[in-house]
Write a protein that binds this ligand. Sequence first.
Ligand SMILES: *Cc1c(COP(=O)(O)O)cnc(C)c1O
Length: 374
Amino acid sequence: MPLSTKDQLRRPLAYINLNALRHNLEVVRARAGGAKVFAVVKADAYGHGMVACAQALRTLADGFVVSTLGEADILRKSGITQRIMVLQGFMDASEARFAARLMLEPVVHQPWQVELIEKTSLGLPLSVWLKIDTGMHRIGIPPELARSLHTRLLDSGRLRHAPGLMTHFARADEADTSATQQQLAVFHAATEGLDGERSLANSAGVLSGAAQGTLGDIVRPGIALYGSNPLEYGSAADLGLKPVMRLATCLVAVQAQHKGEAVGYGGRFVCPEDMPMAVASVGYADGYPRVTASGTPVAVNGKIARLAGRVSMDLITLDMRGVHAEAGDTVELWGESIAVDEVAQAAGTLGYELLCAAGRACRRVYLPVTESEG
Ligand SMILES: *Cc1c(COP(=O)(O)O)cnc(C)c1O
């Protein structure tokens, strides 16, 4: 093997299992009460590669969701012909025309965007989603404006069909569903009797069951597709979700350390006895958070070793008591043996952030789709 290839294998790789992605979409669909499933592939499909994921899902998903028109453009250029919802919508008339030309479905979340549609010739009819702020207080129009803006959009004569009506849950991940119930009530009051499709739920909204029976026409799962638990409780495995990303690297050294020796920056791990330690080629530059706590599991040859001491830029140190391994052996940071959510918890964050960061930092290797699996 030439040096370059061998050397690449010493750095972490993000293996992406597209069959697991497809499986997870079916898990969500089974819980979606007959709603259409639009796969959220913003943020480069949460680090998994937007185009590869959209291609893998093209025969399963009813549509896709991205943040920006630029992302939607890339999907169209890669041959995606399904519906595409664009969460951040358009910022000016030329962007609105662009959306119409590419048959995209931008989200309208501010009154001036309605005015722009009324005043501007778009070349082609446009499909839009009117986003109502039912409690998230991030983007969306106030519920009391829903009726009048909906009417104005219809009356503009520039739409392909009645505007879709959507909202987004702020707390659907929590075991206490009262905030979600509140948002549902606001949404229903604001939109009752209005024409148009409804879209309410993210992954947590679908899988928590909190919006059972009121999921509307289209659900918008993101994180669940990538095999991370969208809920604050339970686990991805309990929900039947399979990990899509496996972040793996190799050991660069295994060596004995003496009792009392302090390992790594800040001497944060002190060997309680004479013991084997190992060094693996991954660190915070690769998206493995620096704040990950000592004791976090790391799988080495299928056995559980423990993170020991501070995470460095591109190395971590491992407590190898009970684990036999040699330099060159494979280390899994998350994936099959260790849930990304477990590492996220040990780093005080969520699977979302880890997947996005590692997917951006590491080279991705795709396991091809086998249509029979799923
Ligand atoms: C990101 C996003 C989603 C997907 O959320 P997940 O928690 O990843 O399922 C759905 N809808 C909107 C408006 C979003 O911004």
